[in-house]
Design a protein around this ligand. Structure first.
Ligand code: NDP
Ligand code: GDR
Length: 323
């Protein structure tokens, strides 16, 4: 029988890749989309006739109840969030509401209207924050370093609690940074590859960045949505670290990206304190052993390929009409 899936955050980077994956697998895909003054469906325009969009917002319980009633889901993927760490200091209450309490609203809607649905929660390596051990596993203690981080910790524990209280099938994917040509423009990887393409095309002569020493475990979003799906196919729910097991600095990303375009990064990159965060997560490195053993999951795209894929896509974007 055809399964129904509801994706919150379908218009985001991960939502778009996950929708493609589920359509390929024959699902009926429903997506929660919030009302904006100007529609923001550019990442899903190519599949928009194949998915069912339902209006709703993570801050509005009734819209989530209605989305669950309409979609009658077998699987719910809660990807919606105020997802930019930097903004979470400017909008801490909004971030806590959407990224934190929003999870409880989704869980309540599932509990009341589709209690046997399986639920995926987009938890984050930002929960590790000021890390207590390296590499980080499912057992590593959380020490969030931003309003985004503490909202995600709240959402994580809400999922564990609903699983234990109501015997619901809820899994947390503790995903480390994952990127793609569809990554939002303010995240550092895409900011760099977009900056490289602008400089290469004479549209800009500098790229202003913050902390170049921060290290992240960067993977490819297309690989990571497969892990999300796989968690919901298991007999038992659980929590999984999804990562590559490699860490690189922002500066390494910069060097590779500029050299891909034949540019010398030192001529263009300016460190601007405006982009340095009030509290930083200096080093993230995940250990995905559990995902490998239980889900049979491993990442396919390596760091260098990821950087090249993103630079090439942004260079190509500037080949057409200038944007
Ligand atoms: P994006 O920022 O690209 O997408 C976020 C999505 O959430 C968008 O569809 C956005 O809609 C939607 N959204 C935001 N606020 C609301 C709201 N109030 N009500 C309904 N929808 C809302 O994030 P990603 O795709 O990169 O990430 C997906 C999820 O995974 C997020 O929860 C993120 O925090 C988490 N995560 C991401 C990681 C990564 O490296 N990418 C790593 C670990 C966790 P709109 O288009 O209207 O803004
Ligand atoms: P992050 O991603 O905070 O890890 O959260 P981001 O790309 O924003 O930052 C990564 C690191 O780069 C440093 N940095 C800069 N960051 C930005 N955005 N802009 C800059 O100019 C800049 N210069 C240096 C940052 O200080 C940081 O150390 C992402 C999001 O997708 C979250 O939703 C997700 O949960 C985590 O990844 C895992």
């Amino acid at each position: 029988m055809t399964k129904n899936a509801l994706i919150t955050g379908i218009s985001g980077q991960d939502g778009s890749y996950l929708a493609e994956l589920l359509l390929d697998k024959g699902y009926n895909v429903y997506g929660l989309l919030r009302r904006l003054s100007s529609p923001n469906t550019s990442r899903i325009d190519h599949i928009i006739d194949s998915v069912e969009l339902v209006q709703g917002d993570l801050s509005d319980q009734s819209s989530l109840d209605e989305a669950i009633r309409i979609s009658e889901p077998d699987e719910v993927y809660n990807l919606a969030a105020q997802s930019f760490v930097g903004t979470s200091w400017n909008q801490p209450v909004h971030t806590a509401d959407v990224t934190g309490i929003g999870v409880v609203r989704v869980l309540e809607a599932v509990r009341h209207f589709a209690p046997s649905a399986r639920t995926y929660q987009a938890s984050s390596s930002e929960m590790f924050g000021k890390v207590q051990e390296t590499p980080q596993t499912e057992q590593t203690k959380f020490y969030p370093r931003s309003p985004y981080g503490f909202a995600k910790v709240f959402g994580y524990w809400a999922c564990v609690n609903y699983r234990e209280s109501y015997d619901m099938h809820i899994s947390n994917g503790i995903l480390f940074n994952h990127e793609s040509p569809r990554r939002g423009i303010e995240f550092v990887t895409r900011k760099i590859t977009d900056g490289v393409a602008r400089i290469k095309n004479g549209l800009s002569d500098e790229l202003r960045l913050g902390n170049l020493d921060a290290r992240r475990d960067w993977g490819y979003a297309g690989d990571y949505v497969e892990a999300m799906w796989s968690m919901l196919q298991q007999g038992k729910p659980g929590d999984y670290v999804i990562a590559t097991g490699e860490t690189h600095s922002v500066q390494e990303f910069v060097e590779l990206a500029f050299s891909r375009a034949g540019l010398d990064w030192e001529k263009y990159v300016v460190v601007d304190p405006k982009f340095v965060r009030p509290a930083e997560v200096q080093l993230l490195l995940g250990d995905p052993s559990k995902a490998k053993e239980v889900l049979g999951w491993k990442p396919k795209i390596k760091f260098k390929e990821l950087v090249e894929m993103m630079v090439d896509a942004d260079l190509k974007r500037f080949e057409g009409p200038k944007q």
